[in-house]
Design a protein around this ligand. Structure first.
Ligand SMILES: *[C@@H]1O[C@H](CO)[C@@H](O)[C@H](O)[C@H]1NC(C)=O
Ligand SMILES: *[C@@H]1O[C@H](CO)[C@@H](O)[C@H](O)[C@H]1NC(C)=O
Ligand SMILES: *[C@@H]1O[C@H](CO)[C@@H](O)[C@H](O)[C@H]1NC(C)=O
Length: 487
């Protein structure tokens, strides 16, 4: 009877699916921007582009609600690490989110923002506090019967590794954080949780003095030979195996590694524009989904989260502001196939975006009161985003007048084109003539999306953390504009 064979075929399919695990390509979405997509638009975008997992830097209800029933695996972030040191608070936290856990596929809860940064900035107490949160949150998850599906963990970065390596086998965690790292690794092993690494290849290429071509999978002219015949031709495999080695040295050779963040900026970096980002992912994503693995872990699927869905023009670190696939108007900047099939396609545009009118706020060119121009320029930049005028960026060759206009316009758009925001002591006016140049876009923004429900704790400053000589809009630069006016 045919009906008897069907369950067997299903069983076979399930078995095959279980042994032949696909690597996940996820996407990260942060809300550190003046203009934001609303959560339902984001879920819609992810579904349209075949994205199966997302990492959000929040655990707010509005977000969780939007993901319910989408089938998209979700990684949350818990920032309130002071309160959550207490087990009972953790239990409350879990119970309050239980309806979402039931109806969506929550997989991870990140605790804080790279807590090991604290340990590296002489704040061991802060690190220990975050560890306590991780332990108590996992215990609460276990006690609520969600522990097998949902893991509490940290994300880690190359700042935690010794800096002067020339090949992955030399990698090792820094001595000053080793005791806490060992404890963390034992905890992850016990919970069957992965070790999550955040990669920022432009920073890591600089840090390890690697050839620029080493960024692009399959295109490098540099080859690094390591022990046991291992050969590295790109930064992704290099970093991945560097972490494997660091784990081996702390006796955690089998711990699964997930790449919780990887990306390339499209601006604010001399080697960053839309075509470089396109090229970067065009090599990386098909490699990740090929399950080729790395020399140390051949054939291992590497779950990888693309950073990020949208630009974040309010993130405190300028360098991290232009990592978005999408501009805030919901249009993609470059081609990327988020399914990992390597197709030459643009991701679909966000639906239901409402643009503001085509209006810009610009400088009227009156330089009579130079110090006032300078003062207004600094004010506009301080309260919006002038990162695109930094050296090597898309707007770095603007004239002084244009720079002032750029800054005024950014502020005006940050304020959702509120006319009172285009005042600047009488130095500006609103225009319908687009002041953009061939390389520098003066954006107009989208209508105010969701601004509520927003909690952010600034990233602690730690040595080497995502720092780069790139994308610094220094007061010096802004003063330079002033100085040019004097001449
Ligand atoms: C969620 O699922 C648990 C069992 O897994 C159940 O006890 C609880 O009542 C459910 N909660 C909601 C709000 O559906
Ligand atoms: C890195 O630097 C430290 C201290 O300067 C030194 O002990 C170590 O051998 C170096 N490692 C490599 C791989 O060069
Ligand atoms: C993008 O950057 C690359 C590498 O720096 C450069 O070769 C290319 O000309 C740039 N493309 C554009 C359109 O600016």
């Amino acid at each position: 009877m045919a009906s008897k064979t069907i369950p067997f075929v299903y069983l076979l399919m399930i078995l095959m699916a279980k042994t032949d695990v696909d690597a996940v390509i996820g996407v990260n979405w942060g809300r550190e921007s003046a203009q934001r997509l609303i959560p339902s638009q984001v879920v819609d975008l992810l579904l349209q582009n075949g994205v199966k997992e997302a990492r959000i830097y929040s655990s707010m209800d509005d977000l969780l609600k939007a993901f319910v029933g989408s089938g998209i695996g979700l990684s949350l972030t818990a920032f309130d690490t002071t309160v959550l040191q207490d087990y009972n608070q953790c239990l409350k936290w879990v119970q309050r989110r239980m309806p979402y856990f039931n109806d969506s596929s929550v997989r991870r809860v990140y605790v804080g923002v790279s807590p090991f940064m604290l340990g590296l900035s002489n704040n061991k107490a802060g690190l220990k506090q975050n560890m306590k949160v991780m332990y108590n949150l996992q215990k609460a998850l276990n006690d609520a019967d969600w522990g097998r599906q949902v893991k509490a963990l940290f994300s880690h970065s190359s700042t935690e590794l010794k800096p002067n390596i020339t090949k992955p086998s030399e990698a090792e965690f820094l001595d000053e954080i080793k005791p806490e790292m060992e404890e963390t690794l034992r905890f992850l092993e016990l919970n069957n949780a992965p070790f999550v690494v955040d990669m920022i290849p432009p920073i890591e290429l600089e840090k390890y003095k690697l050839d620029p071509s080493f960024a692009f999978v399959g295109e490098s002219t540099q080859v690094i030979k390591d022990v046991n015949g291992a050969i590295y031709t790109n930064i992704f495999e290099f970093m991945y195996d560097a972490y494997v080695w660091a784990l081996i040295k702390l006796k955690a050779p089998k711990l699964k590694i997930i790449v919780g963040q990887v990306g390339w900026p499209s601006d604010c970096y001399a080697r960053g524009n839309a075509s470089t980002v396109e090229r970067f992912f065009k090599g990386l994503l098909p490699y990740v989904s090929s399950k080729k693995g790395t020399p140390l872990r051949p054939g291992a699927p590497i779950d990888t989260f693309v950073h990020a869905l949208t630009d974040e023009n309010k993130t405190p670190n300028n360098f991290m502001r232009h990592f978005g696939i999408y501009r805030s108007n919901g249009k993609p900047k470059f081609k990327i196939d988020l399914t990992g099939l390597g197709r030459d396609i643009y991701p679909s545009s966000a639906k239901g975006i409402m643009k503001m009118p085509e209006r810009w706020c610009v400088f009227n060119g009156n330089r009579a009161d130079y110090p006032m121009v300078e003062k207004q320029l600094k004010y506009a930049c301080k309260n919006s985003d002038c990162s695109s005028v930094s050296p090597g960026s898309s707007c770095s060759d603007l004239s002084p007048n244009q720079i002032v206009s750029f800054a005024f316009n950014m502020y005006f758009q940050f304020k959702f084109q509120d006319e009172s925001a285009c005042h600047f002591n009488g130095l500006s006016y609103i225009t319908v003539e687009n002041p953009s140049t061939p390389t520098c876009m003066f954006p107009i923004e989208v209508v105010r999306g969701q601004q509520e429900n927003y909690y952010y704790k600034p990233i602690p400053k730690a040595k080497g953390h995502h720092q780069s000589p790139n994308c610094v809009v220094s007061l010096f630069l802004l003063s330079l504009v002033g100085a040019l006016f004097w001449n």
